[in-house]
Design a protein around this ligand. Sequence first.
Ligand SMILES: [Zn+2]
Length: 141
Amino acid sequence: MIPPPNAPVLAPPPDPLTPARDITHAHFRAGDQVVVLKGVAGGELWGDAMRVVAPSWHTPTDEDGWRLRDATGGAQTYLTAHPRYLVHLSRRCPDCLIYLRAMEDRLLPKYAAHNALIDCGWYATTALGQLVHVADARGGR
Ligand SMILES: [Zn+2]
């Protein structure tokens, strides 16, 4: 189904790829530049670029996560994310590139007719600064 041009995106497209990603906590290190993919802008994937700061417990999944610094985050400068939300910007590693390409293949054709920035709405931030993917938020906490 192809939506008409300029149609508002009413529901986020499903994102089965991020929850299924098999990436270890040790894949990332303090100082790495990463991006959390959040949508599409001008025919390219769009997201929030951040720097990995330190290991930190990701409470929504009860697994090891990473503390991130978002230089443009304002009140939410520091966030904790699960490793599978992160893509390396500073290193071109196969693990992250495979995921990036898969996300491009899935999303870019959907929004080829859009020039606006599209936030797919996959992520929320808790009051305690924990970044949560919709797939990890289910089951309600
Ligand atoms: Zn990587």
